[in-house]
Design a protein around this ligand. Structure first.
Ligand SMILES: NC(=O)c1ccc[n+]([C@@H]2O[C@H](COP(=O)([O-])OP(=O)(O)OC[C@H]3O[C@@H](n4cnc5c(N)ncnc54)[C@H](OP(=O)(O)O)[C@@H]3O)[C@@H](O)[C@H]2O)c1
Length: 280
């Protein structure tokens, strides 16, 4: 029973692929750029581009489960092809942004909602993993911290419950391996509330040196983030941080509540990735 893992070059997708393969499950790695895939020996990589339906049939042949990254372009054609190929279950890496008030008119919320809705209409059995902010978003501070500069934040007191991408992968693998999470929508967070300022503080502890935080205007943050992200998504992110500055983060479903194992902490993530914050 082959599992097709999309996003196999991504942090979560690669971890899902490796865990399933290590457990002896037949897996296929899908990427828009299969030549750049680094997959375990014995795993086949295929091209899958969600807005190119011509790539679907070969990727889906013999597949019964899919780990799916949310991409609205081509999603209806993809679900139709998946049904035709005999897919029985889709685990979607969605986002908690779908639960925010006004999600339909927020670019990030709408992006993920569109995919959730297409899956619902398709009738394919699903598990929706609505992940909250990833711990790995802190990689956006690498350049500043590595250069010994302050981390510039428009909303340093934004309260989050960052989830370690490996926790997301563990829940995805559980969803792909047993019936417990089939048909469910879960909101994945870490087990601990931290403001963005506190996340920087954890990184400072791990690195053994002070890392100052400088508050910047929303307009300045828009300019900076706009170099790496499409403008509508920058707006979504900044509005999310603004709202999170006045409301403490909610701890949702975690590896502890879903799998009975402790959540990985932000400190653990920071320790694992400390080298990324050191000028090379
Ligand atoms: N960050 C958050 O806080 C957060 C929260 C909730 C949900 N999510 C969701 O999680 C997903 C991102 O997860 P992730 O951390 O696994 O993403 P990622 O590592 O950035 O990779 C996402 C995908 O981007 C493509 N990609 C393009 N350039 C790449 C490169 N240089 N290296 C690796 N991959 C590259 C790959 O797909 P191809 O190989 O097909 O090109 C890859 O699978 C998004 O769908 C997002 O909506 C994120």
């Amino acid at each position: 029973m082959t599992v097709l893992v999309t996003g196999a070059r991504g942090k979560v997708g690669r971890a899902v692929l490796e865990r399933l393969h290590a457990a002896g499950r037949p897996v296929r790695a899908a990427s828009a750029r299969p030549a750049e895939l680094a997959v375990p020996a014995g795993v086949v990589g295929v091209e899958l581009v969600l807005n190119r339906p011509a790539t679907f049939a070969a990727a889906l042949e013999g597949v019964r489960q899919v780990f799916l990254y949310p991409e609205p372009a081509g999603i209806d054609a993809f679900t139709a092809a998946a049904r035709a190929a005999g897919v029985e279950h889709v685990v979607l890496l969605s986002s908690s942004s779908v639960l925010a008030p006004g999600a339909e008119s927020d670019p990030l919320g709408a992006h993920n909602l569109r995919v959730e809705q297409a899956l619902a209409v398709s009738g394919l059995p699903t598990t929706l993993l609505r992940a909250d902010a990833f711990a790995s978003n802190a990689l956006g501070w690498c350049a500043a911290i590595g250069a010994g500069l302050p981390v510039e934040l428009p909303y340093p007191e934004a309260s989050l419950a960052p989830v370690h991408p490996a926790d997301v992968a563990d829940v995805a693998v559980a969803a792909l391996s047993g019936p417990e999470l089939r048909g469910r929508a879960v909101t994945l967070t870490g087990g601990q509330r931290l403001t963005l300022r506190e996340q920087v503080g954890v990184l400072a502890d791990v690195l053994g040196r002070p890392v100052p935080v400088e508050t910047v205007t929303r307009a300045e943050a828009e300019r900076q983030l706009g170099r790496f992200m499409p403008a509508p998504l920058v707006g979504s992110l900044l509005s999310f941080w603004a709202a999170a500055s006045t409301t403490p983060a909610t701890i949702g479903d975690t590896t502890r509540t879903l799998l009975g194992v402790p959540e990985r902490t932000f400190h653990q993530w920071a320790t694992e990735h400390a080298a990324a914050f050191t000028a090379g």
